[in-house]
Write a protein that binds this ligand. Structure first.
Ligand SMILES: Cc1ncc(COP(=O)(O)O)c(C=O)c1O
Length: 474
């Protein structure tokens, strides 16, 4: 045997290896176009990876939303679609799965997460009210603002520091919430908007201790808590791994306990639930349910399909059960950790600790010479694509948008490029290719220059904005 033998992944981490709890039955070929073609495609897309054609991306880490591979059972479920306009049997399967695994009483289906955000925001927020939450999410905050609310960030300070290794960077700072309640009065708070895990902070979890304490504080003031449950299963995995007393509990039990401290939840099922489309809203209060059920028919569809086909609801109901299996979540988050550990070992600046669904590259640390209004994270995202065909997404100043009152850019502390890993789609070899691509972009950091925005949509500008390269002497 050689002096430094090759080591398996498990051996590298001082344990026996484990593998994904599935085998591949169908494959979709992918292909890398040439560097010249990528340069051309990037220019045509205005340096915005949302505007690339997917055929031009080699490893597509734009998002983990709607990009998962469904199981053979989910595909079989697609064939069992009951496409009746009203009362589809698939809706009742979905309703039962949500009630069983999330514990809420009443379920309203929606076409995806933002459909649910729209309904809850319009129904619960009175114009002028505040909506405190653990860091904003783009579509969530926009719907809260469109309903006349003002989002207030009450996440702990560590969440804004990419190098802080706090185990629960998604936690709410209860003192910040208390001081908001004192300042504006509980009656001017629509609800607490709690997300698990926190996407914009790097996929960071909320602890059970924090949600329990939050419940007690909100009970004292008669404030409701609504949960963005989009990646709550992954949050459950981190509680199991990191929080005292939960190591021996199944993720399904942790999920249900967490939800029990909240009054309802909205869901983009395109993430945790392993489907390509779908969402739901669930609440415990009958009157609120009645209002939501009445509203869903205006914007989404009848209250027993909410914008989904019967077959989509069946795949979703099956996905809910698959999503909470411990071996699935360990493999899913484990793949993200594998990529993160490689990058950390190579001293590449990423958000720590590694989160549940994505690696977030710290673009400010990559490019200290690029001012934030020349879009460092947008630049890094473009560079990665140019170097290797890996498609990520900007999560920095472009995503943060403009302050509705002043019209100025919001300058978030976190200026990140997100590499989101679709569930059950890529292998460890793909992760190795991605790691080397990030290293190549890091090695070329000093000669990289920023971007200028040449087209800016009014809302959610990151989806469609266009950029041009800033020359090095500018
Ligand atoms: C945390 C979070 N909430 C809400 C949404 C919105 O969901 P959708 O994209 O299904 O409309 C997303 C999607 O990106 C998300 O990540």
């Amino acid at each position: 045997m050689s002096k430094s033998p090759l080591r398996t992944m498990g051996q590298q981490f001082g344990r026996r290896s484990w593998a994904e709890p599935w085998k591949i039955k169908m494959v979709e070929p992918i292909h890398m176009i040439s560097r010249e073609q990528r340069a051309e495609a990037l220019k045509e897309a205005g340096y915005n990876t949302f505007l690339l054609r997917s055929a031009d991306a080699y490893i597509d880490l734009l998002t983990d939303s709607g990009t998962s591979a469904m199981s053979d059972r989910q595909w079989a479920g697609m064939m069992m679609g009951d496409e009746a306009y009203a009362g589809s049997r698939n809706f009742y399967h979905l309703e039962e799965a949500v009630q069983t695994y999330y514990g809420y009483r009443y379920v309203v289906p929606t076409h995806q997460g933002r459909g649910a955000e729209h309904l809850i925001s319009q129904t619960v927020i009175k114009p002028g009210q505040h909506v405190p939450g653990n860091m904003y999410f783009t579509t969530t905050r926009l719907h809260q603002e469109l309903a006349g609310g003002t989002f207030v960030d009450v996440i702990i300070d560590e969440a804004h520091d990419p190098s802080s290794t706090h185990p629960f960077k998604g936690d709410i700072d209860l003192d910040k919430l208390r001081s908001l309640i004192r300042r504006v009065g509980a009656e001017n708070i629509a609800y607490v908007s709690l997300a698990g895990t926190v996407n914009m902070a790097g996929g960071q979890p909320v602890s059970m201790a924090n949600v329990r304490a939050l419940r007690a504080l909100c009970d004292d003031h008669g404030i409701s808590i609504y949960l963005d449950a989009t990646r709550m299963v992954e949050n459950g995995f981190f509680i199991q791994q990191r929080e005292k007393g939960y190591a021996d509990q199944p993720i399904a039990a942790i999920l249900k306990e967490f939800c029990s401290y909240t009054d309802g939840a909205w869901m983009s099922a395109k993430k945790d639930h392993l489907v390509n489309i779908g969402g739901w809203l669930a609440v415990n209060d009958y009157d609120l349910f009645d209002a939501l059920r009445n509203m869903v028919v205006i914007y989404e569809g009848l209250h027993t399909y909410g914008g989904m086909a019967g077959r989509d609801m069946e795949a979703l109901a099956i996905g809910i059960v698959e999503a909470v299996q411990d071996d699935h979540v360990r493999a899913r988050v484990g793949q993200v950790l594998y990529l993160g550990d490689l990058l950390l070992d190579w001293d590449i600046p990423i958000v720590q600790p590694v989160g549940g669904h994505a690696i977030f590259l710290d673009a400010k640390a990559f490019y200290p010479h690029i001012p934030q209004d020349q879009f460092p994270a947008q630049t890094l995202t473009a560079q990665l694509y140019l170097d290797s065909g890996v498609r990520g997404m900007e999560r920095g100043i472009v995503s943060a948008g403009r302050d509705p009152e002043t019209g100025d850019h919001r300058y978030p502390a976190l200026e990140l490029t997100r590499l989101a890993i679709p569930r059950r789609v890529y292998t460890q070899a793909h992760m190795d290719v991605v790691a080397e691509a990030v290293k190549a972009a890091y090695d070329a950091r000093e000669e990289t220059t920023g971007l200028r925005m040449v087209y800016e949509p009014k809302v959610l500008r990151f989806f469609q904005a266009r950029f041009e390269a800033v020359a090095s002497e500018e």
